[in-house]
Design a protein around this ligand. Sequence first.
Ligand SMILES: NC(=O)C1=CN([C@@H]2O[C@H](COP(=O)(O)OP(=O)(O)OC[C@H]3O[C@@H](n4cnc5c(N)ncnc54)[C@H](O)[C@@H]3O)[C@@H](O)[C@H]2O)C=CC1
Ligand SMILES: O=C(O)C(=O)CO
Length: 313
Amino acid sequence: MDIIFYHPTFDTQSWLAGLQQQLPDARIREWREGDDRPADYALVWHPPVEMLAGRHQLKGVFALGAGVDSILSKLQAYPDMLPAGVPLFRLEDTGMGLQMQEYAVSQVLHWFRRFDDYQAQKQQANWQPLDDYRREDFTIGLLGAGVLGRKVAESLTAWGFPVRCWSRRKKDYPGVTSFAGVEQLSDFLNGTRVLINLLPNTPQTVGIINASLLARLADEAYVLNLARGVHLVEADLLAALDSGKLKGAMLDVFSKEPLPVDSPLWKHPRVAITPHVAAVTRADEAMAYIAKTIRQIEKGETPTGEVSLQHGY
Ligand SMILES: NC(=O)C1=CN([C@@H]2O[C@H](COP(=O)(O)OP(=O)(O)OC[C@H]3O[C@@H](n4cnc5c(N)ncnc54)[C@H](O)[C@@H]3O)[C@@H](O)[C@H]2O)C=CC1
Ligand SMILES: O=C(O)C(=O)CO
């Protein structure tokens, strides 16, 4: 079996060595420009079109991340990049669920325990105990309830917060109230105090966190964007913060990355920023997952993790 690998920033040699350990019988090589030798599987992130185009013999392409929006948008421009019938897989969790839990729980607790207010008081040398927030007034709403949304929901129910989720289809997650489809979006938003975004980037979800959505949240709400920058209309978020509708936001992803130095988000006192690090690909777990999936395909089984080209995620 031949496997080709391309990632613009990962340490390719350590990936090749790790994959070789997982799949001792495979011939694994870094793909370089001009390489049109046969391959059964391709492991990619931001792949050059010529790496995949015309490779009808591929049994699978693996995206080395959870979101496949960059690959699918390239596919829009170059429809022949992924030969017809070749399945595209993405990473399901592989350690990202735990990272998302850490991120979401720490920030929700930060807001819930009013550390943002105390930090602001500290700037004024102001010693002033504030009223506690009550859990029942701190409903967490997850936009997106797939692999990562489910993990985040689990971790927040464990802390005793009321948790609800919104997805394409209804979910049956313990302790989580499920809303589905555009027709239930309003009910989902009504009363949501902390909105956490874990949707994929698709034509239906671009710009979904906009002025009209923010207006429907509980007063003094918070927004945590962990998915993609294009989901959020940054100007609408800033307006909602300045009007007092929103109390705070923490953003990991931005419509333009790196976030330009002149973005007003940097200077806003109630916006916290991380540079797209909420959950990164963990090499060992990703390699084990890919190797397991390849073995399933080789045995004629149907693995999970295949991207629906129709739904765009
Ligand atoms: N900031 C970061 O470091 C990272 C961000 N991500 C982002 O997180 C996203 C989610 O990842 P997973 O949970 O693995 O994806 P997933 O595919 O397992 O879950 C997606 C969820 O969104 C829902 N959804 C999709 N379209 C919808 C629509 N039109 N209306 C309502 N619900 C809809 C689905 O029903 C599902 O519940 C990724 O697509 C990626 O963009 C992923 C990893 C790291
Ligand atoms: O895996 C993804 O989709 C990411 O955003 C990684 O940071």
